[in-house]
Design a protein around this ligand. Structure first.
Ligand code: URA
Length: 241
């Protein structure tokens, strides 16, 4: 029975990965639909491997989550508009570029999303920060809002939702619905580790939302943990267990 169970799971896993490998190729070319972009960079892979390790300390885990989030900013801000400016170097006048000043906001989903905030603010210090708290209703198992504080001009900002572990996708999809219901128009989901199940659920609910992840893992186990994952991101960030 056990072997049979493993076999089924293995098949499920291989087919999910195949499905996503097929989907991954066009993700960098914008199609106007939600994309999944995996940060396939040696530094990111290196740091993600350390936070996966169960022996990594809370201190190191916290620092690395910030660093990875900071590295991800390069990719998530790739399309920020620039304007040309004239500058004068010590040698001659030339054309330079400056950010157009597009308004951004980051919105961590409590509590694990908090771990990514400072890493992102180091690179985009003028971003506003909202917060969303959700709990799971024990009967319906659906996410329910218990806290939501967002910048008042959210409709003028590009919103980056931070949720390190995209597992079932339930809370990420609910967080996206919440910011949209408050007026957000352009929403991006930024996570560290995504499971195929979560990517599917978010894109089903929000086909307009791009997802950025440092790694795409294999599947969810029966307890809702991402495999291989890194365990409970909140517990590992805050040293609770
Ligand atoms: N949340 C976590 O922190 N880890 C998982 O693996 C899944 C959800």
């Amino acid at each position: 029975l056990d072997t049979n169970f493993k076999g089924n799971r293995h098949e499920r896993r291989v087919s999910k990965i195949k499905q996503f490998e097929e989907k991954l190729a066009p993700t960098y070319s914008s199609s106007g639909e939600g994309r999944i972009v995996i940060l396939d960079h040696p530094l990111v892979r290196h740091k993600v491997s350390i936070i996966r390790d169960k022996n990594t300390s809370v201190k190191e885990f916290r620092e690395l989550v910030q660093e990875i989030a900071g590295l991800m900013v390069y990719e998530i801000t790739r399309n920020l508009p620039l304007v040309k400016i004239e500058i004068e170097t010590p040698i001659e006048k030339t054309i330079g570029y400056t950010l157009e000043g597009k308004k951004l906001a980051i919105v961590p989903v409590l509590r694990a999303g908090l771990g990514m905030v400072d890493g992102i603010l180091q690179v985009i210090p003028n971003a506003k920060v909202g917060h969303i708290g959700l709990y799971r209703d024990p009967e319906t198992l659906e996410p329910v809002e218990y806290y939501c504080k967002l910048p008042s001009d959210i409709n003028e900002r590009d919103i980056f939702i931070l949720d390190p572990m995209l597992a079932t996708g339930g809370s990420a999809a609910a967080a996206i619905s919440l910011v949209k219901s408050r007026g957000a128009r352009k929403v991006t989901l930024v996570c560290l580790i995504a499971a195929p199940e979560g990517v599917e659920r978010v894109h089903q609910a929000h086909p307009d939302v791009d997802i950025y992840a440092a790694a795409l893992d294999n599947y969810l186990n029966d307890h809702g943990y991402i495999v291989p994952g890194l365990g409970d991101a909140g517990d590992r960030l805050f040293g609770t267990k």
